[in-house]
Design a protein around this ligand. Structure first.
Ligand code: FAD
Length: 516
C-alpha cells in the first residue's frame, strides 16, 4: 500500500488537498503539509463556482459553521459590466436555463423575447441579485421549486457524481486566508502533520522520482506521493522535475493583477450576491462582497498598461475607502503544466495551471484536481493508467475553460481602446472560430461546446454570446414555424416567480448577520 503523502504549500490548494484526502481516506493515509513561514500565499482567490458546495459537503462542514468564520457570502452569478458599452450589464447566473419544446428559452427569446434583457426574461436570479437578496430565507430554507430541484438528491455527492443532474443555485465568496486557517484546523484535528519551514531542495532518486524534500529546519521529509501546491513557483513539478509549462498567453494576454482588500460597512453598502467583472481600458476589475470588506482587483495585460496606471485606475474605481489600503501586485502565469502528474509528483493549484479569474475557476480547478486525485490515487505498482487519466482530466478542464474565457473577449462588443480592438483579431484556440460561426445561426448545444464539461454547460456559452453583444446570433429557423404559446407561458411563469421571490426573500446582508 502506498499511503505517505507530503504536500508542499499551505495556500488554498495545499489545505484543500490535505482536508479532502483526510476526509476521503481517514487514518489510512499519512499526510504531512509543509509551508513556508516566509513565502506568503497569493492572497487572492475569493470567488468560486457553484460546484464548490460539494467540497464542503464532502468534508461534512455546514454553512453555519464555516461561513461566518471565513466572512463568506453567497454568489449567484457573475455580473459583467461595460463589456458591450458603458452602462450595460448582464448576468451569467448559476441557474439552469429551461427549455420549451426542445429549444432553450434563450432561442425563444431571440425569436420573440418579452424585453431586451435575456437574463431577466430567462432566469429568476437576475432580479434577485439586482435587489441584493439572499437565496435562503432567514429560517435557512432555500428558494422554492423549481430552482432547488434535485438539491436534496445532491447531498453528499462529489461534483463529478452530480455532473449534469442539476445546477445548485449559488456558490460562495470567502476570505482566502480565513478559509486556509479554517481548513488548517480541520486537517490538523484529523491527523495531518503541519510543518512550518522552507523547502530548500528536492531530493531525487536514481530514477528521477522524488525521494524527499529538504527543509531548512526539519531535515528531509520523505513520502510516497508528493503534492506540489507551491503556487506559480511550481517548485517540485516545474523546477525539480523540469515539467514544461504550456502558456495560454497568445489567446489570453492578461498577465498581471493588482488587488486591494477594502474594509467596508456592508450593512450600509448592502451585498449584491454576485461577483462583478467591470471592463476597463486594458482588462477588467473584479468586485467581491464579503462580510466586513470588499475584495477588488484589476486584471490587465502589461503590454497595454503599466502596474502604476493599473493601481491608479483601481483606486479611482474604489474611491476614498481604499486610500490607506496597501496594494498587492501580482504577476500571473497563464496556462498549464504540460502534465500535472509526473512520476510521483502531482501539482494542484497554481503550480498545475491557471487562467485569469474572469469566471472564478481557480478554486474550481483545485477541487476538480483533488477529486481526480482521490479517484485515481495510485497503488504500490504505480500503474500509469491512473496518472494518465488524471492528466487527461486536468488538461481537458483547463483547455475547456480557456476556450470559454477567450469567447468572452471575442464576443465583447467594446472596441474603444487598442486592447479591445486587438481582442477581435487575437488568435483563438483550435476550432473555436468554426464553432462561433455555427453559433451565429444556432445557439451552443452540448455537441458544439468544447469540451463539454459539467462546469461549463451550453447555457453558460449562451449567456456570454447574448450578453457580450459583439457577435450577432439568430434564433433557430425552426422557431418561425413553431407555436410560441408554451414559450410565452414560460416567460410569464418566470416573471411571476421573480415577483414572488423579490417580495419574499430577505436582504443578503440580513441573512448573513443572522448566521454570525
Ligand atoms: P499560493 O496561494 O501561492 O500558495 C503557495 C504556498 O506554497 C504558500 O503556502 C507558500 O508558503 C508555499 N511555498 C512556496 N515556496 C515554498 C517553499 N520553498 N517551501 C515551503 N513552502 C513554500 N481563484 C478563484 O477560484 N476565484 C477567484 O476569484 C480567483 N481570483 C484570483 C485572482 C488573481 C489575481 C489570481 C492570481 C488568482 C486568483 N484565483 C482565483 C486563483 C486562486 O487564488 C488560487 O487558485 C488559489 O489561491 C490557490 O493558490 P495556491 O495554493 O496554488 O498557491
Amino acid at each position: 500500500m502506498l499511503n505517505r503523502v507530503v504536500i508542499v504549500g499551505g495556500g488554498t490548494a495545499g489545505w484543500m488537498t490535505a482536508s479532502y484526502l483526510k476526509a476521503a481516506f481517514g487514518d489510512r493515509i499519512d499526510i504531512t503539509l509543509v509551508e513556508s513561514g516566509k513565502v506568503g500565499t497569493i492572497g487572492v482567490g475569493e470567488a468560486t463556482f457553484s460546484d464548490i458546495r460539494h467540497f464542503f459537503e464532502f468534508l461534512g462542514l455546514k454553512e453555519e459553521d464555516w461561513m461566518p468564520a471565513c466572512n463568506a457570502t453567497y454568489k449567484l452569478a457573475v455580473r459583467f459590466e461595460n463589456w458591450r458599452e458603458p452602462g450595460h450589464y448582464f448576468y451569467h447566473p448559476f441557474e439552469q436555463m429551461r427549455s420549451v419544446n426542445g429549444h432553450p428559452l434563450a432561442d425563444w427569446w431571440l425569436q420573440d423575447g418579452p424585453t431586451d434583457r435575456f437574463d431577466k426574461d430567462c432566469f429568476v436570479m437576475a432580479s434577485v441579485i439586482d435587489a441584493g437578496l439572499s437565496p435562503r430565507r432567514l429560517d435557512g430554507t432555500l428558494l422554492d421549486q423549481p430552482f432547488d430541484e434535485g438539491a436534496g438528491e445532491m447531498q453528499g455527492l462529489t461534483m463529478s457524481e452530480h455532473q449534469g443532474k442539476t445546477q445548485f443555485p449559488y456558490a460562495y465568496h470567502f476570505e482566502a486566508a480565513l478559509l486556509a486557517k479554517y481548513l488548517t484546523a480541520y486537517a490538523v484535528e484529523r491527523g495531518v502533520t503541519h510543518v512550518v519551514d522552507d523547502v530548500t531542495d528536492v531530493a531525487l532518486d536514481e530514477r528521477g522520482w522524488i525521494s524527499g524534500v529538504r527543509t531548512a529546519g526539519h531535515g528531509e521529509l520523505t513520502g510516497d506521493l508528493f503534492v506540489d501546491c507551491t503556487g506559480f513557483r511550481g517548485l517540485l513539478l516545474n523546477k525539480a522535475l523540469g515539467e514544461p509549462f504550456v502558456s495560454y498567453q497568445d489567446t489570453l494576454p492578461n498577465d498581471s493583477a493588482v488587488a486591494l482588500q477594502v474594509p467596508m460597512d456592508m450593512e450600509e453598502r448592502g451585498i449584491r450576491p454576485c461577483t462583478t467583472a467591470t471592463a476597463q481600458d486594458a482588462g477588467w476589475i473584479w468586485t467581491i462582497p464579503l462580510m466586513g470588506r470588499v475584495g477588488t482587483g484589476y486584471v490587465y495585460a502589461r503590454d497595454y498598461l503599466s502596474p502604476e496606471e493599473a493601481e491608479r485606475t483601481l483606486r479611482a474605481f474604489v474611491g476614498p475607502a481604499a486610500a490607506d489600503v496597501e496594494a498587492n501586485h501580482i504577476r500571473m502565469r497563464i496556462g498549464r503544466s504540460r502534465d500535472s502528474w509526473v512520476r510521483n509528483c502531482v501539482a494542484v493549484g497554481l503550480s498545475s495551471g491557471f487562467v485569469e479569474p474572469l469566471e472564478s475557476t481557480g478554486i474550481f480547478f483545485i477541487h476538480h484536481a483533488i477529486e481526480q486525485l482521490a479517484k485515481n490515487f495510485p497503488g504500490a505498482d504505480w500503474d500509469p493508467t491512473h496518472r494518465d487519466r488524471y492528466n487527461d482530466a486536468v488538461a481537458h478542464v483547463m483547455d475547456g475553460v480557456r476556450e470559454f474565457l477567450v469567447l468572452h473577449y471575442a464576443a465583447a462588443k467594446r472596441s474603444d481602446t487598442r486592447y479591445w480592438r486587438d481582442a477581435k483579431t487575437r488568435p483563438v484556440p483550435d476550432g473555436l472560430a468554426a464553432r462561433i460561426e455555427r453559433w451565429r445561426t444556432q445557439l451552443p448545444d452540448s455537441e458544439t461546446v468544447f469540451p463539454y464539461y459539467h462546469g461549463l454547460p451550453p447555457y453558460s456559452y449562451m449567456c456570454v454570446l447574448l450578453g457580450m453583444g459583439g457577435i450577432e446570433v439568430k434564433p433557430s429557423p425552426a422557431l418561425a414555424l413553431a407555436d410560441p404559446a408554451a414559450a410565452r407561458r414560460e416567460f410569464d411563469a418566470i416573471r411571476e416567480k421573480t415577483r414572488h421571490l423579490t417580495a419574499t426573500l430577505p436582504r443578503a446582508y440580513d441573512y448573513f448577520s443572522r448566521l454570525r
